[in-house]
Design a protein around this ligand. Sequence first.
Ligand SMILES: *[C@@H]1O[C@H](CO)[C@@H](O)[C@H](O)[C@H]1NC(C)=O
Ligand SMILES: *[C@@H]1O[C@H](CO)[C@@H](O)[C@H](O)[C@H]1NC(C)=O
Ligand SMILES: *[C@@H]1O[C@H](CO)[C@@H](O)[C@H](O)[C@H]1NC(C)=O
Ligand SMILES: *[C@@H]1O[C@H](CO)[C@@H](O)[C@H](O)[C@H]1NC(C)=O
Ligand SMILES: *[C@@H]1O[C@H](CO)[C@@H](O)[C@H](O)[C@H]1NC(C)=O
Ligand SMILES: *[C@@H]1O[C@H](CO)[C@@H](O)[C@H](O)[C@H]1NC(C)=O
Ligand SMILES: *[C@@H]1O[C@H](CO)[C@@H](O)[C@H](O)[C@H]1NC(C)=O
Ligand SMILES: *[C@@H]1O[C@H](CO)[C@@H](O)[C@H](O)[C@H]1NC(C)=O
Ligand SMILES: *[C@@H]1O[C@H](CO)[C@@H](O)[C@H](O)[C@H]1NC(C)=O
Ligand SMILES: *[C@@H]1O[C@H](CO)[C@@H](O)[C@H](O)[C@H]1NC(C)=O
Ligand SMILES: *[C@@H]1O[C@H](CO)[C@@H](O)[C@H](O)[C@H]1NC(C)=O
Ligand SMILES: *[C@@H]1O[C@H](CO)[C@@H](O)[C@H](O)[C@H]1NC(C)=O
Length: 582
Amino acid sequence: MKITAVGLFLWVIMTSSLVPMMCSSLYGNETDRLSLLQFKKAISLDPQQALISWNDSNHFCSWEGVSCRMKNPRRVISLNLTNRGLVGQISPSLGNLTFLRYLSLPTNSFTGDIPLSLGHLHHLKTLNLSKNTLHGNIPDFKNCSNLKVIGLGDNQLSGQFNNNFPAGLQMLVLAANEITGTIPSSLANITSLQVLSIRNNSIKGNIPHEFSGFPNLQILHAGANKLAGGFPEAIMNLSTLTGLSLAFNNLSGEIPSNLFDFLPQIQLFALDSNLFRGHIPNSLGNASKLQQVDISSNNFTGVIPGTIGKLTELYRLNLEKNQLHARNKQDWEFMSSLANCTGLTLFSVSDNCLEGHVPSSLGNLSVQLQLLLLGGNQLSGGFPPGFQYLCNLISISIDSNNFSGVLPEWLGSLQNLQLIGLYNNYFTGIIPSSLSNLSQLGYLYLHSNQFYGHLPPSLGNHRMLQELTIGYNNIQGMIPTEIFTIPTIMLIDLSLNKLDGSLPIEVGNAKQLAQLSLSSNKLTGDIPSTLGNCESLEKIMLDQNIFSGSIPTSLGNILSLKVLNLSQNNLSGSIPPSLGNL
Ligand SMILES: *[C@@H]1O[C@H](CO)[C@@H](O)[C@H](O)[C@H]1NC(C)=O
Ligand SMILES: *[C@@H]1O[C@H](CO)[C@@H](O)[C@H](O)[C@H]1NC(C)=O
Ligand SMILES: *[C@@H]1O[C@H](CO)[C@@H](O)[C@H](O)[C@H]1NC(C)=O
Ligand SMILES: *[C@@H]1O[C@H](CO)[C@@H](O)[C@H](O)[C@H]1NC(C)=O
Ligand SMILES: *[C@@H]1O[C@H](CO)[C@@H](O)[C@H](O)[C@H]1NC(C)=O
Ligand SMILES: *[C@@H]1O[C@H](CO)[C@@H](O)[C@H](O)[C@H]1NC(C)=O
Ligand SMILES: *[C@@H]1O[C@H](CO)[C@@H](O)[C@H](O)[C@H]1NC(C)=O
Ligand SMILES: *[C@@H]1O[C@H](CO)[C@@H](O)[C@H](O)[C@H]1NC(C)=O
Ligand SMILES: *[C@@H]1O[C@H](CO)[C@@H](O)[C@H](O)[C@H]1NC(C)=O
Ligand SMILES: *[C@@H]1O[C@H](CO)[C@@H](O)[C@H](O)[C@H]1NC(C)=O
Ligand SMILES: *[C@@H]1O[C@H](CO)[C@@H](O)[C@H](O)[C@H]1NC(C)=O
Ligand SMILES: *[C@@H]1O[C@H](CO)[C@@H](O)[C@H](O)[C@H]1NC(C)=O
């Protein structure tokens, strides 16, 4: 008898993988099994069959995404179903997984509320429900005394920003939700907090003074909210900060002149799109770990501090859309100083009040530079010397200045250029054929200058060009057929020039072309019926030319066409009925 009982017991163990439900109390906790089954039940769609193993032929501890502790009874300590395409609600039954430490369900399509019962999980250390479509308020997690990480970003959570969070929390990410109210000052009681991201919500007010008490805060991302008031004083006390973003708010006033003396660890500093004014503090150069500085779209005045060259780690410097000036040699010193920032990849000072000639020290800037943006200033002189040494540039934007003179031949040697923006200047001479060497070029904006001569047929060598604007110049001669055989071309604007001859029938090859503007030239002959083959066209401007003949009926085939201007030509005949709905 006794032997038989032991034998039966062994048999059960050996076959337990087949009939675990008979003995789940022996090897695991029935509550956990039922909680998981209820969780599965609340999932309405499982397109990747992520939960196929969640059946009674396997012990629940071996279900996909489930991990249990080793000790008996086996209890669930981790549920991790990241990016599995799951659709449905998060069942409140998860609150019964008493021993759960790690709950991670990000990048799925869970909807509905976050169950209040999750606030009962005393052992929970990490909760990640980010990138779902969860609604409603954030539950009270104050009793989850072991919770270190909360990730609820990229959902549709709403309600007032309450301090529902336990002491001991290290990371709180609520970014990209619809949270309202103000930042609770009591958050500062969570002295263990290292990361606070509340970016992209509808939070009002300012950073509370109490935040000055955080001993370990490293990341504070509060951009894209409705914060208002002055630069938050509390920041001055956060010497541990490595990342600060207050971008896209309504903050105003000056920033404290000695600010950067108090931020020795700062790497990311972003105040862009606010209403800040005053000078950029010289102390900026003292924050020697700075890598990214973005203060664009504010109202900063004064000069760019020469101390900037002390920032040897700097790789991104965006000062655009302010009122920074440079009038004399001294004001321009920042340019030679910047040469010390040998890792610089982006430097924008467009839409400011820089004047005069660009110093040739531009050529000493980091060879790593990819974007150098100087448009929208009052710069003058010839094409700025030094660009030729910046061989990794992908964009030259010096538009909307007072530059004059001819384009240098070496422009064609900057092999990585994808964008050339020279419009709204006084450049003259011919368009150099060397530009055709730029095989990556996607955008060539030369409009509103004083270029003359013929359009080089070599423009057709560009195989990646999408937008070509040479309008408002003094270009003459025929339109080279080659530009219509660029497979990627989407926009051609040659209006307000002195072009003559006819519109080539090859225009019909430009299958991607969305906009063709040839207004105010001296083009003659028929409008080719092949124009109707450009099936992507939305806008055709051929007005103020000398086109004759009739309007091709084929234009009616272009279903995307929204604007067609053929006025002030010598066209005859009637408007084709196919164009009736324009
Ligand atoms: C499972 O765990 C719950 C809560 O910890 C407990 O109340 C219950 O008695 C356990 N059940 C079994 C079968 O061990
Ligand atoms: C149960 O899970 C196993 C994988 O562990 C799977 O092969 C089997 O198809 C599942 N059974 C059902 C009925 O889904
Ligand atoms: C959770 O799952 C994801 C994706 O399967 C994995 O990258 C991550 O390391 C897992 N986390 C833990 C704590 O096991
Ligand atoms: C689990 O939790 C739900 C909701 O919180 C509750 O209704 C249910 O009775 C619990 N189940 C077990 C087995 O404890
Ligand atoms: C937290 O724990 C206390 C004491 O056990 C209890 O009174 C309170 O209701 C709990 N709060 C939540 C949200 O679970
Ligand atoms: C949550 O998971 C997502 C996706 O795996 C990850 O990108 C994110 O960093 C996690 N958030 C937190 C706070 O751990
Ligand atoms: C803010 O989040 C919404 C989704 O919640 C997203 O569509 C939008 O692009 C985000 N805006 C910014 C500035 O990050
Ligand atoms: C939390 O912070 C508030 C306001 O900052 C303060 O009045 C309160 O005493 C603090 N509570 C604890 C438990 O430290
Ligand atoms: C914040 O810094 C100021 C000036 O350095 C100091 O007087 C103040 O005591 C600090 N406050 C806290 C809470 O650390
Ligand atoms: C900033 O304030 C202005 C005027 O009070 C308001 O119209 C605007 O929506 C605010 N912008 C943000 C981002 O809160
Ligand atoms: C920016 O400053 C200029 C002159 O200093 C002022 O006229 C303008 O109103 C300011 N703009 C904003 C948005 O503060
Ligand atoms: C730039 O580097 C040079 C040589 O290393 C040094 O003399 C100069 O002071 C530095 N400039 C700045 C602004 O740090």
